[in-house]
Design a protein around this ligand. Structure first.
Ligand code: EPU
Length: 416
């Protein structure tokens, strides 16, 4: 199993380009199932979750051609409607195949994901939403067995604004008979981006990116060409890494508009920020960051996917802060690992009380999920001595070449 070894050293500096967003690319790939015509996608990140999704598309019978960050998917000859447990357990985003398969082929057999390292993560909203659209759904042997001759338009209100459930129902509704109105939708930018793609394919959608989305179903969708938007979480991760190491970096190929809350917190922490249309420059002028209170909530508030990285920042900041996790009930696994590095963090339910320190100490630690891995990398960059991070396959699920990118910014990092 691969490990990453980091020796804490001076500030990160230089320029780094972020990849396309994993969480935008996953629903885009699933949308490929909605049409028999090709989908041409650029800026596809080279991360493991994307390889898993493409492997799954191939298993279903789609033709997948990938060259670097360019991808073409043609779902003209789909031969299976079965999404097996082996795929869903390695990548929960596989649930995004449910809506498109059911809408286009009238049937789908998709494994339930089960629990995950950050919480129970139920998929009830995906199921009840599709049932509202006329699907007959049975849970048998751990699988969601869904049938519908043709889905029909419905008025559905989400109990919680779920990102992938909104995406699943949005995709399904494009091929339903009649009009669907989805209320209390998630507002994450990946949903507006998916709607752009679907519209180009011929879908009739209004209101995407707001809490009410209206979709008029059509009989078939066509070809489209689309560019995956920049990864806002990768962007934020590099910015926090620079802040914690008291560095000075410019992140390019990004979009500052999607990161307003995170940028506000970095300014509160003492970072000087400048932004352009597709870049963000952060300068700490060699100062230790100040601790900042964080409360995660659905977009446009502070993203849960940046909570772990700010936990590392607070652990190495001046002063104390609280970090409140409101989205996932178990997303504090990185705390025990930070404590092994000497961090002063007390957990009280879904709140962490962090008392910042000047330095942490390098130690052997273990990554428990994707963003927890990023947190440990950040902490290691600013620790005294060497940190060995085990189970870095979590990191490779969502960050493309993060070790080479950090090395180019001056980090002492290697992989064994
Ligand atoms: N929820 C339900 N029922 C459902 C669906 C969700 O109760 O049917 C609850 C969840 O338990 C959670 C809340 O709703 O408390 C929000 O979860 P959501 O469904 O929005 O999460 P997701 O769609 O499974 C996506 C990202 C996650 C990211 C969350 C929150 C993808 C593929 N995944 O997950 O990304 O943390 O939204 O923003 O888009 C990551 O990249 O590290 C990651 C975990």
């Amino acid at each position: 199993m691969e490990k990453i070894i980091i020796t804490g050293n001076g500030p990160l500096s230089g320029e780094v380009r972020v990849a396309g967003a994993k969480n935008a690319a996953l629903p885009i790939i699933a949308a490929g199932l909605l049409s028999a015509e090709p989908l041409t996608i650029s800026n596809v990140p080279a991360v493991r979750d994307i390889s898993t999704a493409l492997e799954l598309m191939t298993m279903l019978g789609a033709k997948v051609e990938r060259s670097g960050t360019d991808l073409t998917i043609t779902s003209a000859n789909i031969s299976s409607l079965h999404v097996p447990y082996e795929m869903v357990k390695t990548m929960r985003g596989s649930i995004l195949m449910l809506g498109p398969l059911l809408a286009r082929f009238g049937e789908a057999d998709v494994s339930l994901p089960g629990g995950c390292a950050i919480g129970t993560r139920p998929v009830n909203e995906h199921i009840t939403g599709l049932e509202a659209m006329g699907a007959e759904i049975d849970i048998e042997g751990g699988y969601i067995k869904a049938k519908a001759k043709r889905l029909r338009g419905a008025h559905y209100t989400f109990d919680v604004p779920s990102v992938t459930a909104t995406e699943n129902l949005l995709m399904a509704a494009t091929l339903a008979q009649g009009t669907t109105i989805l209320e209390n939708c998630a507002l994450e930018p990946e949903i507006g981006d998916l709607a752009l793609l679907l519209t180009q394919m011929g879908a009739r959608i209004s209101g995407a990116g707001t809490s009410t989305i209206r979709i008029e179903g059509v009989d078939a969708l066509g070809a489209a060409t689309h560019q995956v938007p920049p990864d806002r979480i990768e962007t934020g991760t590099f910015l926090v890494a620079a802040a914690v190491t008291r560095g000075d970096i410019t992140v390019t190929g990004t979009n500052p508009d999607f990161l307003q809350h995170v940028l506000g917190k970095l300014e509160q922490a003492g970072a000087r920020l400048e932004t352009g249309p597709d870049w963000i420059k952060l300068n700490m002028a060699n100062r230790q960051p100040r601790a900042v209170n964080i409360t995660t909530a659905p977009y446009p508030a502070f993203p849960t996917d940046m909570q772990a990285q700010f936990m590392a920042l607070n652990a190495l900041a001046q002063g104390s802060a609280t970090v409140v996790e409101n989205i996932f009930e178990n997303r504090f696994m990185h705390v025990a690992e930070l404590q092994r590095m000497g961090a002063d963090i007390e957990l009280q339910g879904h709140t962490a009380i962090v008392r910042g320190l000047e330095r942490l100490q390098g130690a052997p630690v273990m990554a428990t999920d994707l963003r927890a891995s990023a947190c440990l990398i950040i902490a290691a960059l600013a620790a005294n001595g060497q940190t060995t991070i085990d189970r870095v396959y979590h990191l490779d699920r969502g960050y493309a070449n993060i070790d080479t990118k950090l090395a180019a910014l001056g980090a002492v990092i290697s992989r064994i």
